[in-house]
Design a protein around this ligand. Sequence first.
Ligand SMILES: *[C@@H]1O[C@H](CO)[C@@H](O)[C@H](O)[C@H]1NC(C)=O
Ligand SMILES: *[C@@H]1O[C@H](CO)[C@@H](O)[C@H](O)[C@H]1NC(C)=O
Ligand SMILES: *[C@@H]1O[C@H](CO)[C@@H](O)[C@H](O)[C@H]1NC(C)=O
Ligand SMILES: *[C@@H]1O[C@H](CO)[C@@H](O)[C@H](O)[C@H]1NC(C)=O
Length: 368
Amino acid sequence: MHISTITVIIGLSCLATSKSVPKATLQILDPIQLPTSTIASLGYNNTFLENLAARQNGDLLVTMLEDNSTLYYVESPGSGHTALTPIHHFSAASGLLGITETSEDTFLIAMHDFEKLITPIPGTGAIWEVRFTRKNSKEIKVRKVTDLPNAGMMNGITSVPARGSSGSGEQEEVAILVADSYNGQLIRVDSVTGYSEVVLDVPELHARPNATFPIGVNGVKIYNGHVYWSNFERSTMNRIAIDRNGYPLGSGTVSTIATIPEIQGIDDFVFDQAGNIWGMGDLDNNAFILFRGTDPHNEYSIYQSIAGGIGSLLLPGCTASTWGRGKNDKHILYVTTNGGMVSPVNGTIVEPAKVAAIDTSQFANHGV
Ligand SMILES: *[C@@H]1O[C@H](CO)[C@@H](O)[C@H](O)[C@H]1NC(C)=O
Ligand SMILES: *[C@@H]1O[C@H](CO)[C@@H](O)[C@H](O)[C@H]1NC(C)=O
Ligand SMILES: *[C@@H]1O[C@H](CO)[C@@H](O)[C@H](O)[C@H]1NC(C)=O
Ligand SMILES: *[C@@H]1O[C@H](CO)[C@@H](O)[C@H](O)[C@H]1NC(C)=O
């Protein structure tokens, strides 16, 4: 599938709806399988890798939610000789969630103490910082940024882009936005002082009231002046404009940019250079793309599953992804999984959590 073909499809769908008020519709393309391989796996079943981020030297940091709060390191993920190596264990919590780089080689991580799987002990949320002391060293300094005792269960977190307008020179991030899946809120945390405040609480962030699996907002990313989020339980993608400090501009202006009934739960996601969204269908074991088109009323109108799927062990329980940042892997989408421990493949099959690599080189505008 080439980008030019997509443009043709978007053109046709514009013609078809040109007489009526445009409404978000979703076209489903046939699934494809991009080349996908496991680059490192944990040795035990019932392990859950929740999220990951790439360092500027290309190495990966991987957070574990089950069975403990270990931060793992993957050196040179594109090398073909890779392993998940523990780099730090957080004794103040029992499970790690979202991770984001706030300035070069400084990462923030969300965590809770868990009573059982995806059931945090109330009041135990915290954000910690991991800072590498030198560029090519694995030596880190760790500090708590803040407790978030009111958070229900944090999930994805993302950095508010630096405010510098020149586009060059030293970039300094000052804040993060945190998804609270159980309270249905976005929390803004000052990454230096730790000051926190709820900045958005709208139905699009919540699971439906009678949901059996009450995980609302899951992944959160900032792109092009908006904060975007996935709602796991509603299978939707949503956005709202933000100011340059990361504050949403009026809660009446949320839009649901895509509803994806084809999959049962949208976990974390990333953007590529062209603004396409690469998401994780956690309960359906698949990675997908929402292609960005040119119709402003229906910008994300085409869905395609691009790796894995129900019944497949390529990406069982895929949770999050990040683009390669090494010399030769910018076209690789690295993915974390929980091995299917929440929703076993075909009802019974699980495997150890892993990091997989999807080769996206057949698409034109991949990478960051
Ligand atoms: C954390 O879990 C992993 C995988 O089961 C295990 O290898 C490791 O020893 C555990 N670490 C701690 C500190 O409990
Ligand atoms: C959940 O609530 C919605 C909206 O109120 C309703 O349509 C649906 O039937 C309810 N589902 C269950 C399982 O109660
Ligand atoms: C799951 O079931 C389908 C249909 O029977 C089968 O094709 C597939 O191989 C199974 N998956 C695994 C991992 O065994
Ligand atoms: C994980 O569980 C599966 C069954 O779902 C089993 O076949 C496999 O041997 C287990 N793997 C390990 C490493 O224990």
